[in-house]
Design a binder for this molecule. Structure first.
Ligand code: PLP
Length: 425
């Protein structure tokens, strides 16, 4: 299978003679074996096979294999949510006393996990900007630095990651580069082609695409050599919980994703429900139809916003005037930039309230990236505890409105947005 379109429809499940055409929902916690020895071998990782759904499930495997095929990785692991994908991906590399570098242009929930919760656990995040100089980023690296974290299209700031710069730094220092590819999806951008080693997804967003299922996935590029790299003792030292197994030696290029499953998922248990994996796969069957449509609709909205006198600024990398446009051309197929558009409305918070109340098609929800258009005003919702000054510092000014442009007819979308702008005056 070469085409991404075909992979969206067909990859991940290949039924044999007489088996169901559609990936079945295997709603079973456990699996039967005929001898105790056979079961013992599975626990020792001497044999492969399902034995308990926390460690692996055939429906989840359908999702993992489909996304892995789209991203071009070596293996994947489905998790209960996007947040648990990121947490597991981090803890598969870092221990208390370690640190990592992250762009501050990332999803707010991830920022919080890095800045507060992981810090409390003794794992220190050193933030940089997407546009920080190489010298500044390198100055934050020491021998306890385990990875660098970026987001392909940052939610809600809309900035596009500088893959070239971050991958050059990561390679030169023998450090893993990790990327959240949620908003772009592999249909638009495949970060492994740009030097990334580990990808995380909130499958809750475009992969599902219909706002039915919270979920996450970690994908391993299999393109980083952990064995012999002193930065990664978890892959070079014997693991006591597996009779002294050395993951880097015993699992080769698949050591990262194997350890994430058999240690991380075994111990933290944030597994995706098979029903959610089924619904997400169903959504992914049409990813190749939805992403171009989301992108075309969003570009039309961004252009209409740009020419409205009610709008102070528009952030959408698909616009030729956007500072990130060059990166979008370089990294994104057909310069598709997905459906998230942020803009600043004239008249601040009060105008933002009037705008949202006047919308009919766009509904007010704490979500993005499904087929139905929706809107959120971060200053009065997700960021409502912050003062106007703090909002500005966080890159979320009080007049910022985030639109998630859906797949409805563009004439209805534009009429709704332009009508609500008129009503917000
Ligand atoms: N990453 C990005 C870019 C997101 O937008 C989100 C959620 O909005 C997450 C991660 C977290 O995903 P979840 O809500 O499934 O935990």
């Amino acid at each position: 299978m070469k085409s991404l379109d075909t992979k969206c429809v067909q990859a991940g499940y290949d039924p044999k003679n007489g088996e169901p055409r559609v990936l079945p929902i295997v709603q079973s916690t456990t699996y039967v074996y005929e001898t105790p020895e056979a079961m013992g071998d599975l626990f020792d990782l001497k044999a492969s096979g399902y034995f308990y759904t926390r460690i692996g499930n055939p429906t989840n495997a359908g999702l993992e294999d489909k996304l892995n095929a789209l991203e071009g990785g070596i293996g994947a692991l489905a998790t209960a949510s996007g947040m648990s994908a990121t947490l597991l991906a981090v803890l598969n590399l870092a221990d208390s006393g370690d640190n990592f570098i992250a762009s501050s242009n990332i999803y707010g929930g991830t920022y919080n996990l890095f800045n507060v919760t992981l810090r409390r656990m003794g794992v220190e995040c050193r933030f940089v900007e997407n546009d920080s100089s190489i010298e500044e980023i390198v100055s934050k690296i020491d021998d306890k630095t385990k990875f660098i974290f970026i987001e392909t299209i940052a939610n809600p700031a809309g900035k596009v990651a500088d893959f070239e710069k971050f991958s050059k730094i990561a390679k030169e220092h023998g450090i893993v580069l990790m990327c959240d590819n949620t908003i772009a999806t592999p249909y638009i951008c495949r970060p492994f082609e740009h030097g990334v080693n580990v990808i995380v997804h909130a499958s809750t967003k475009y992969l599902d695409g219909h706002a039915t299922s919270v979920g996450g996935v970690i994908v391993d590029g299999g393109n980083f050599n952990y064995l012999g790299n002193p930065r990664y003792p978890l892959f070079n030292n014997p693991d006591d919980s597996y009779h002294g197994m050395v993951f880097g030696r015993d699992f080769g290029s698949a050591c990262y994703i194997t350890r994430a499953r058999v240690v991380g998922m075994r111990d933290l248990g944030a597994i995706m429900a098979p029903m959610n994996a089924f619904l997400t796969v169903l959504g992914m069957d049409t990813l190749h139809l939805r992403m171009p449509r989301h992108s075309d609709n969003a570009l039309a909205v961004a252009k209409a916003l740009q020419s409205s006198d009610q709008v102070e600024w528009v952030k959408y990398a698909g616009l030729e005037s956007d500072p990130d446009h060059e990166r979008a051309v370089k990294y994104f197929d057909n310069c598709y930039c997905a459906g998230m558009v942020s803009f600043g409305i004239k008249g601040g918070k009060e105008a933002a309230m009037r705008f949202q109340k006047a919308l009919k098609l766009f509904r007010i929800v704490t979500h993005i990236a499904d087929s139905r258009s929706c809107v959120l005003h971060p200053a009065t919702t997700t960021h409502r505890q912050l003062s106007d000054k703090d909002l500005e510092a966080a890159g979320v000014p009080a007049n910022l409105i985030r639109l998630s442009v859906g797949t409805e007819g563009i004439e209805d979308i534009l009429a709704d947005v332009l009508g609500a702008l008129e009503a917000s005056k």
